[in-house]
Structure formats: C-alpha cells, structure tokens
Ligand binder design. Structure first.
Ligand SMILES: Nc1ncnc2c1ncn2[C@@H]1O[C@H](COP(=O)(O)OP(=O)(O)OP(=O)(O)O)[C@@H](O)[C@H]1O
Length: 310
C-alpha cells in the first residue's frame, strides 16, 4: 500500500527527513513513533500529497504522490495533527459538506453518513453543533470525515493526542473495526505505549531517520533491552541481595519489602541457572518472574542519541 524509497525533505538548509525507506503492506496497522520534531508529520504530509519530497519516491497503492496526486487522494483519508472543524456546522451537516466535496450524491450520503456516525459513536450527537463537542468527539468526527470517500489508506497524525484514557480506548476500538474492514492505517504518536496496543508494526523515527522497525517484541529483542526479574523471598533479603550482586550478568538491584528487582542481561539459560543458584544456596524463593519491560524504557533506549540503528 505504501512504498517509500530514499525519501528526503529539506526546509531551507534544514533536513527534516533524511532518507527514509519504508514499505507497508495492505491491511497493516503501522505505528509511526518518534519524539517531537522527528519528522513524522512531514513524512505523513508527503504521503497525503500536501508537501513534495525533496528527493526519493513515495507511492500509495502504486501511484506516485508527485506524478499522480489525484489518484493518491482518492485512496487516502488524512487526519492532520491540527484540524479545523467549521464550528457553525452541526455534526451531520459537517459530514454532508465533506461528502459533497468528494462528489458523493445526496442519496448515497443519506445512507452512508448515519453508518459513519455509528462507527465513530456519534449517532446521538448528529444534531449537536461541532463546537459543542468534546476534544475526543471532535477527533472521532474528524476520523469519520476521513472515511466519507471509503479510502483504502488512513493517515492519522497523532489521533490520540490530548485524549483521556477512556477516549483513547474508544479510538483504539474504532481503529480495530477499521482494520477488520481491511483498511491500511498509518498512525503516529510520540508515545510508544499509546501505539503499542493498537498496531501490528512500529517504525521509530528520530532526527529524520528510521532507527528501528518491526513488531514491538522484535525491537525489544534486537535491542537486547535488559530483562527485569522480580525475586520474592520469604526471608534473608539482605543476604540474597549480596548473593545476587555477585552473580554474572546482574545489573542494578532494587529492593522492596518482599523482594528484589534484578536488572538482568542473561538469556533463558542463564536465568534458569540463576534461580537454581538461589535455591541451592538455601534461599526460600516464593516467586521468580520476569517483569514486563516498560515500553517507555524501550523507546528511550532506541532513541538515545540515534545510535542504536537496528
Ligand atoms: N514548513 C516548515 N519549515 C521549516 N521547518 C519545518 C517545517 N515543517 C517542519 N519543519 C521542521 O522539521 C522537523 C520535523 O517536523 P515534524 O513536524 O515532521 O516532526 P514530528 O515528528 O511530526 O513532531 P511532532 O510530534 O512535534 O508533531 C522539525 O524540526 C520542524 O521544526
């Protein structure tokens, strides 16, 4: 659905995008993650035909964004990070306005728009003025607007930003439905955990370069992000702590009342040996488990200085 090769974009002497290659298959939900100013919006606006590449090629559904922008526009729905919503419209009028702009006949719109409102959970707000909607509702309305012409690809720039947890869950559920309808979705965020729950794959961009790409667990293992083990003991915590400190591959230790968090660089084999060592030394281990690696840590690890190129 998306083929990007050697994409660069410069503004004056500043290079915002520095040679990105990216292929996204049809039906994939792809998360584009990176800190503020990394180049996500620039790349997405090029995909949406609103900015021209400085060099490289970008194709959507086989059509080049520079040579065939109209063909590309038919196939995409673009939700920018800042959008206007024409406050004087009611929700339903707003969607009719966009539908008409795409040349959809009135009779067709009469059928389509209630379905779209249903999809984004705004049926009960159809007669509300747009300026009375909450931020989450406006985001969902904007998503419905992107869908009026039934595009194959959705380009969503930070659709969850500024939403409370409940509104984020709603957005995630809608994206799931869109995926089930066969849409390809590229979605950006500067918060990795926010995306992790919604996407099949992620690409991490920093300073205009793609520094990592894959599914979350691939990226974690490629970066060999340290495991964090939690060892809960019945007693002798002080002794266990110094025992653990002397073991190979053990990093930072953090104590709480019942146990010890162990930053550990070993793999499964070594981890099993560590547990055997504790038990054979007489420590009464209640539990020995791998704590979930914090995605925020993974993200910081990937983007520190842009040197961890995967
Ligand atoms: N029209 C422009 N003129 C000059 N510089 C620009 C322009 N648009 C973007 N930039 C610069 O390009 C870089 C990338 O910006 P971009 O908006 O793509 O980042 P982003 O990853 O989307 O960040 P954010 O999460 O803050 O939206 C930034 O340093 C930005 O200041």
């Amino acid at each position: 659905m998306i083929e990007i090769e050697g994409l660069t974009k410069t503004f004056g002497s500043f290079q915002a995008v520095k040679g990105i290659d990216l292929t996204i298959a049809k039906g994939c939900v792809f998360g584009f993650v990176g800190p503020n100013g990394a180049g996500k919006s620039t790349t997405m606006s090029i995909l949406a035909t609103l900015a021209a590449p400085t060099s490289g090629t970008v194709k959507v559904g086989g059509f080049d964004v520079t040579q065939h922008p109209k063909e590309v526009r038919k196939r995409i729905g673009y939700m920018p990070d800042f959008f206007g919503v024409y406050d004087q419209f009611k929700t339903i009028e707003y969607l009719h306005f966009y539908g008409a702009s795409y040349g959809i006949p009135k009779a067709e719109r009469e059928e389509l728009i209630p379905q779209l409102l249903e999809l984004v959970n705004l049926s009960d707000k159809k007669d509300a003025y747009v300026d009375t909607l909450s931020r989450g509702m406006k985001q969902r309305l904007c998503l419905a607007r992107c869908l009026v012409h039934d595009p194959d690809l959705l380009i969503l720039d930070e659709p969850a930003s500024g939403l409370d947890p409940r509104a984020r869950i709603e957005m995630r559920e809608i994206l799931k439905e869109l995926k089930a309808m066969g849409k390809t979705i590229i979605i950006s965020s500067h918060i990795l955990p926010e995306l992790a729950e919604m996407v099949d794959e992620i690409g991490v961009i920093e300073h205009g370069s793609m520094v990592a790409r894959g599914n979350i667990s691939d990226i974690q293992s490629k970066l060999r992000v340290k495991r964090v083990l939690y060892v809960r003991l019945l007693d002798r915590l002080d002794e266990a702590e110094s025992f653990l400190r002397d073991q190979p591959l053990v990093g930072r230790l953090l104590r709480d009342e019942q146990g010890i968090h162990v930053h550990y660089e070993g793999q499964d084999e070594e981890q099993a040996a560590l547990l055997m060592g504790l038990i054979s030394s007489g420590y009464r281990v209640v539990s020995f488990s791998e704590a979930q690696t914090n995605l925020e840590d993974v993200f910081l690890e990937i983007t520190k200085g842009g040197e961890n190129v995967v």
